[in-house]
Ligand binder design. Structure first.
Ligand SMILES: NC(=O)C[C@H](N)C(=O)O
Length: 330
C-alpha cells in the first residue's frame, strides 16, 4: 500500500526574531530581526519533511513593530490567494512576536477559508543558545498539517501550545513562554502529536461578515492609554476614524477625558472603551458612558485587538448599535 501524499503547506515568512541574528550565541536581546530567509528557516528544521511538503515564500523581512495596516491587508490578500489553490492544504506564517496577535486576529476575521493558518515566531534569535524558533516552527507545521486543525480559525503556535487568534496575547517582554490566552490554549503539540481539548466558539474566517474584497484601506486608528493624573489636553485625540480608549478597570473614562473623547465622537470618530488592566470584560456603561455618549464597549478584547475589530467594523457599518453587536459577536 502506498502512503498518502504529505499535505502541501506554504510557509510565508514575515521576518521577526525567528529570523533574527546576533553577534553572539549568548545575546538574546541585541539582535537584528528578519535577517534570515525562509530558505534558511526551512533548511534549519529538516525534521518537518516527515510532516508536510513545504514551500517557502518571503513576504517581508521586518521587525513586526514596523508592521502597518497596509502591509497587514496585503498579507491577508496573499494568504487568501494561496489558500484558494486546491494544491495547498495550509499556510504557516513566521512573524515577529510584537504584533503577531494583531495580525493573527485580523486574519482570523477576514480569511475566507477553513484551511489551517498558523502563525508562529520566536523570543530568541536564530543564533541564540536554546533558540526557540526551530521547535516553534516544527510545532506550527505539525498543527498546520493536521486534519484536526481544519475549521479551527487562525491559530498561534509557540512553546508547544496551540492558541486561538481570537484570544492569544503576548504577556511577557522576553521570556520564552510569552503567549497566553485568557481561557487557556486550545491544545498542545506533544512529541509532534497535535492534541486539541477545546474549540473557539465565536465566529471566524468563513463565518464572519468581513470580506477582504470590500476592504481597500483600513480606517485610521489610535489607542489612548489612561493613567492617573492625566490631563484632558494630552488626551485630546487628533482626527482618527477609530479611537480605542484603554481605560481603567471596567473601561472607566476619567471625568476629565469624557469631553475630549466625546468631541472626537461628534467629529466622526468611533470611540471604543477597553481596559488597560490586561484581562476581563468591559460592559456597556450607563448614565455617564456609552449610552449617553454613543461609545462602544469591547466585551473582552484587549485594546490592540479591539483596534483591529473596530477598524473592520467600520468597513461594514457606521451604526452604533451594529458596531456594539459586532463587538459582542466576535
Ligand atoms: N520576538 C520578536 O519577534 C520581537 C521582534 N521585535 C518582532 O516582533 O519582530
Amino acid at each position: 500500500m502506498t502512503a498518502a501524499p504529505l499535505p502541501h503547506v506554504v510557509v510565508l515568512a514575515m521576518g521577526g526574531t525567528i529570523a533574527g541574528s546576533a553577534g553572539s550565541a549568548t545575546d538574546a536581546t541585541g539582535y537584528t530581526a528578519g535577517t534570515a530567509t525562509v530558505d534558511d528557516l526551512l533548511a534549519a528544521v529538516p525534521q518537518t519533511a516527515g510532516l508536510a511538503r513545504l514551500t517557502g515564500e518571503q513576504f517581508a523581512s521586518m521587525d513586526s513593530s514596523d508592521l502597518t495596516d497596509e502591509i497587514l491587508v496585503a498579507v491577508a490578500r496573499r494568504v487568501d490567494a494561496i489558500l484558494q489553490s486546491p494544491d495547498v492544504a495550509a499556510v504557516v506564517i513566521t512573524h515577529g512576536t510584537d504584533t503577531l496577535e494583531e495580525s493573527a486576529y485580523f486574519l482570523h476575521l477576514v480569511l475566507g477559508s477553513t484551511k489551517p493558518v498558523v502563525l508562529t515566531g520566536a523570543m530568541r534569535p536564530a543564533t541564540a543558545l536554546s533558540a526557540d524558533g526551530p521547535m516553534n516552527f516544527f510545532g506550527a507545521v505539525a498543527v498546520a498539517a493536521s486534519p484536526s486543525s481544519v475549521g479551527q480559525g487562525v491559530l498561534v503556535v509557540l512553546n508547544d501550545e496551540i492558541h486561538s487568534a481570537r484570544d492569544v496575547t503576548k504577556t511577557a517582554s522576553m521570556r520564552v513562554g510569552a503567549f497566553e490566552s485568557p481561557y487557556g490554549p486550545l491544545g498542545a503539540v506533544v512529541g509532534g502529536r497535535v492534541l486539541y481539548y477545546r474549540a473557539v466558539s465565536r465566529p471566524h474566517t468563513v463565518a464572519t461578515e468581513f470580506h477582504l474584497g470590500a476592504i481597500d484601506t483600513l480606517p485610521t486608528s489610535a489607542i489612548l492609554y489612561a493613567h492617573s493624573g492625566l490631563d484632558a489636553e494630552t488626551q485630546r485625540p487628533a482626527a482618527y476614524d477609530v479611537i480605542v480608549h484603554a481605560g481603567f478597570g471596567n473601561g472607566t473614562v476619567s471625568a476629565r477625558v469624557i469631553r475630549p473623547l466625546d468631541d472626537a465622537r461628534r467629529g466622526g470618530a468611533l470611540v471604543v472603551r477597553a481596559t488597560r488592566t490586561g484581562s476581563g470584560h468591559v460592559t456597556a456603561a450607563g448614565a455617564s458612558g456609552d449610552v449617553v455618549n454613543g461609545w462602544v464597549s469591547v466585551d473582552d478584547q484587549n485594546p490592540q485587538r479591539a483596534r483591529i475589530l473596530a477598524c473592520l467594523a467600520l468597513t461594514v457599518t457606521r451604526d452604533h448599535d451594529e458596531i456594539q453587536r459586532i463587538f459582542d459577536t466576535y
